[in-house]
Write a protein that binds this ligand. Structure first.
Ligand SMILES: CC(C)(COP(=O)(O)OP(=O)(O)OC[C@H]1O[C@@H](n2cnc3c(N)ncnc32)[C@H](O)[C@@H]1OP(=O)(O)O)[C@@H](O)C(=O)NCCC(=O)NCCS
Length: 280
């Protein structure tokens, strides 16, 4: 059930779109209308969020999360600030708590800066990379295992997560290419030590490193930077024009990898979450 809100003149300005994160978790996306400069009333926003929480409770959801954008290079800063203040107040009143954040970075893949960053990292890449295609050297199960091991310690994932299910879901995402060439495992001395998955949206050229990680035993030797470069190089190979990537503000090593790219975040957001009574 998505809910559309209007400003005082009746013009649409915001749509709230709930979607499933898992069986028991739901997220709500706040889609502010491009070009709209006015806000919905605090009461209208509170009512809409309340309806979403009520529906989630009835559906035995135990966690609802949403994001509040605090900086967006493409939008007016004052408007972003007033939208954020309005949203925070409504979320706080409903019992949501601010729980970390996320920074996003954006780079034109054909820029000289990307080439200058990429070239030395590719030159010192010690991995033997295997892709799901074309030779089929890498099996799906091995890729999922490498993805699981590489995700250990990621503040945004848990060791119990089903990596095979996540990988299957990523490959099935209709907005992106599901080229098996984009799923790669890096082997070092016969050990699967890095995982990278890159996908491209063929209509916009927007590419993402869907997942990236280095196995815990191989970290802090500069291999994360090499794997990051592999993901970006893959984005170019797969026809990507723009790379947009992001990470949790709690992920210190991944933030360091983005810093190395020399780009400031173009978008920053806060994560807000509401835990519901799981026995309800
Ligand atoms: C993020 C990750 C790939 C980095 O791998 P890595 O092999 O340790 O990376 P590097 O050795 O190339 O180090 C990269 C930078 O992070 C810093 N760093 C690495 N681990 C760190 C830690 N635990 N605390 C603080 N800084 C750290 C390094 O000092 C280096 O910084 P520098 O560029 O300023 O020198 C790895 O930590 C990982 O796989 N984490 C789990 C998966 C994950 O979180 N993926 C990202 C999801 S968005």
């Amino acid at each position: 059930m998505s809910l559309s809100l209007t400003d005082a003149t009746g013009a649409p300005c915001l749509t709230l779109v709930p979607f499933a994160v898992s069986d028991r978790e739901r997220a709500v996306q706040l889609r502010w209308l491009d070009g709209a400069t006015a806000l919905p009333s605090p009461a209208a926003l509170a009512n809409a969020l309340h309806a979403i929480v009520t529906d989630a409770r009835a559906s035995h959801i135990y966690l609802i999360e949403t994001r509040v954008v605090t900086h967006d290079a493409d939008r007016d800063a004052a408007l972003t600030t007033s939208r954020a203040s309005l949203t925070r107040a409504a979320l706080t009143a409903l019992g949501f708590v601010h729980d970390g954040g996320r920074d996003e970075f954006r780079l034109a893949l054909d820029s000289d800066a990307v080439t200058a960053w990429l070239t030395p990292l590719v030159a010192r890449d010690p991995f033997h990379w295997s892709a799901l295609a074309p030779a089929g050297e890498l099996t799906f199960e091995r890729a999922a295992r490498a993805m699981h091991d590489a995700s250990l310690g990621d503040p945004a994932s848990s060791p119990d997560e089903d990596a095979a299910a996540a990988l299957r879901e990523f490959l099935a995402d209709a907005s992106f290419t599901n080229d098996p060439m984009g799923v790669q495992v890096g082997t070092l001395d016969g050990v699967d030590a890095a995982f990278v998955m890159t996908q491209v949206n063929p209509s916009t050229g927007w590419s993402r490193i869907t997942y990236l990680g280095v196995a815990p035993t191989h970290r802090r030797r500069g291999l994360g930077a090499v794997a990051h470069a592999r993901g970006v190089a893959l984005a170019r190979t797969l026809g990507g024009r723009l790379y947009i990537g992001g990470t949790s503000t709690a992920n210190t090593p991944m933030r360091a990898l983005f810093r190395r790219l020399g780009a400031a975040p173009f978008r920053a957001m806060e994560r807000w979450a509401l835990a519901l009574d799981s026995t309800a």
